[in-house]
Every structure is written in C-alpha cells, then in structure tokens.
Design a protein around this ligand. Structure first.
Ligand code: NAI
Length: 326
C-alpha cells in the first residue's frame, strides 16, 4: 500500500480524507508544517500532501527527492510556497485548481460587508447590551464601482455576487476572459476608478506588492480593499499608512504576508512580535480572518476527492490533469 505523509493537519481535514480514502492509501497525518525541519520524516513515504503555509523551498524539494518521495500533492489552489524551479523534472507537483470558488468569493463579500457596515463592532456592542449605533455608519454598495483584479474562477464568482448587489464592475487581468460582461481596464485606471478593490489573482514575482505605496496614491479617497488571495499581494506597511491617511476607508483581509507561523494556530496566549500585524488587527477599519475563505463543507469535500484522484492518477501512470507547470 502506498504511504502518504499529510502535513499541517487540522481535525477538519481528516473528515473527508478518511471517508474518501476508504483504506486505499496509508495516510499518516502530521500536525506540523512541511519545512526544512520536518522534511526528514518523509523518508519511506511515496507521496506528500502539503498546504498553503508549508515552506517547500529548494532545500525541502531536494530532501523530498533524496527521500524517494515521488509526488507532492498540494491540497490548495495556490502554490506560491512551492519552489517549482527546484521541482521541475524531479518531483511532480499537483494541486486542486478549483474546489469551491463560491466559498472564497462569498467570504470576500462577507468581509466587505463586515468592514463596511462595522458588523463585528455592532455585534460586540449588542452582546454587551449596548444598543447605540453611533459610529457604525457605512455606505451603500449599490451603484459603487468594484475593481476586480484577476478574473479566474474565484474572481468571476465574486463579479456575479457584486452584480447582484447592483455594483458596476471593472476588471484587470493580463489574460482577459471573453464574454463575462465586465469592462477590462488598465491596472492604473482600475486603481483610479474603483470604490472597492478586490484581489483574486495569484502571487507571483510580478504580482508581489501589487498594492504598494504608488498604487494607494492613485486610488480614490475612501476606497475599500479586499484581499482573500495571498498576503504578499499587498504591502502591509503601505496599507497601514493608507488607512492612517484615510485614503483607505476599510481593509477586509483573509490573508497576511507574514501569516505562515501564525495563521491556523491558537496564538491567544502568546505575545505577537509582528507589530504590523498587531497594528492592522487593532485598527477599527480593518477586519482580518485567518485564511479561512476556503473553509466550507463543500470545499473541503472537493479538496479531499480531487487530491486523492491526483494521487490515483499518478500512481496509475495516468496523465496528471492538475499538474502545476512552472
Ligand atoms: P485562477 O487561476 O482561476 O485565476 C487567477 C486569475 O488571475 C487568472 O485569470 C489569471 O490570468 C489572473 N492573473 C494572473 N496574474 C495576474 C496579475 N498579475 N494581475 C491580475 N490578474 C492576474 O485562480 P482562482 O482559483 O480564481 O484563485 C485566485 C487566488 O485565490 C489564488 O491564486 C489563491 O491565491 C487564492 N485563494 C485563496 C483561498 C483562501 O482560502 N483565502 C482559497 C483559494 C484560493
């Protein structure tokens, strides 16, 4: 029986993997993340299953190859944490390109509503029997312009949701889609025209800090920023400055550029050393969730099914439909 080492396991991962595995692989669940300290335990495994905050750099890839691991299956859509250059021709990397775009797009809209209508503060108040609504004013989203950066699977679902809200949608994507009923504009135009900017593109060398000081300078005063994609698409210090100057009215974040050692863990008894993160979290115009946009039953079920099929295809010698090519 083939053996799979499963990293960064949380209880919700096991539910569907155990159900759909149905005994065909020996899956060993490790709670730790895959990185240079933990890669040693992969000796004797045929496959490895990784997640978004594993640090799968060139050294880790080399060790996986030395340990005779034959395939790396990411149970995520994003793969910016994998050194594909090091893996090329030595270790096939597969992923789950789409599992539930609705999970992420709906969370993005949920975050936008939360920051705009100050829902987290409102609920905290009523829990305390404080029924004052002073300071909770938002804006109508109806009639506002939303700029969607990245019109792939998730971006398009988010566009449909925004249209349902009566928003005007403009978009930027280096590979525009046909017939999706949006006006594509250059990125600088999107920055200038949008009341809300939502990121749905991957993190690559060219998209690193796409929202930086210069980008914020171009934006309308009072813009909302939504990031459910990858933290490093946004320069967090530039975002803090833009919040301070009120250029940005609200930031709705599910990801953070230095999230790796923090997100998915209970750090409530720990002093957080990351001052930028502390300032973001304590800013009243920021809502931040811990990379949970994907976390719906439908998404987790699909992730398990597709990841196991990726392993099946590989071990059966079939073409790898979901292989990540550099
Ligand atoms: P996708 O691959 O279907 O679409 C990405 C789109 O971005 C493509 O149309 C591509 O042409 C475009 N793009 C590439 N580079 C760009 C750039 N520099 N500027 C603008 N557009 C660019 O990906 P999908 O499934 O829609 O996912 C989008 C992102 O969402 C992923 O890359 C991932 O980082 C993130 N994600 C976050 C999750 C969460 O739980 N927070 C869960 C799943 C995905």
């Amino acid at each position: 029986m083939k053996r799979i080492a499963f990293f960064d396991t949380k209880p919700y991962d096991k539910i569907w993997f155990d159900e759909y595995n149905n005994g065909r692989y020996e899956i060993v669940y490790f709670e730790g993340k895959l990185n240079r300290y933990t890669v040693g335990i992969t000796a004797g495994f045929d496959g490895v299953c990784g997640f978004v905050n594993d640090d799968i750099n060139a050294d880790v890839i080399n060790s996986l190859v030395e340990n005779n691991v034959k395939i790396l299956a990411m149970r995520s859509a994003g793969y910016s944490n994998v050194d594909l250059k090091a893996a090329k021709g030595r270790l096939p990397v597969v992923r789950v390109p789409a599992y539930s775009p609705y999970a992420v797009a709906e969370h993005a809209m949920g975050l936008l509503l939360t920051v705009n209508r100050k829902l987290a503060r409102a609920v905290t108040r009523t829990r305390d029997f404080n029924f004052s609504i002073a300071g909770l004013m938002g804006v109508d989203l109806h009639g506002k312009t939303v700029g969607v950066i990245g019109t792939g699977t998730i971006g398009r679902v988010f566009i449909d949701i925004c249209k349902g809200f009566g928003m005007k949608v403009i978009a930027y994507d280096p590979y525009p889609a046909q017939n999706i009923g949006v006006d594509y504009v250059p990125l600088t135009e999107l920055f200038k025209q949008s009341d809300v900017i939502s990121l749905h593109c991957p993190l690559t060398e060219s998209s690193y800090h796409l929202l930086n000081k210069e980008a914020f300078e171009l934006m309308k005063k009072g813009v909302f920023i939504v990031n459910t994609s990858r933290g490093a698409l946004v320069d967090s210090d530039a975002l803090l400055d833009a919040l301070k100057s009120e250029k940005v009215r609200g930031a709705a974040l599910d990801v953070y550029e230095e999230e790796t050692d923090l997100f998915f863990e209970d750090m409530s008894g720990t002093i957080i050393k990351d001052d930028t993160l502390s300032l973001l979290i304590s800013n009243p115009n920021v809502v931040l969730t811990s990379h949970q946009a994907f976390l719906t039953e439908e998404a987790l079920e699909a992730i398990a099914k597709i990841t196991l099929k990726n392993f099946d295809d590989f071990f059966a010698g079939n073409p790898l439909e979901n292989e990540v090519k550099r």
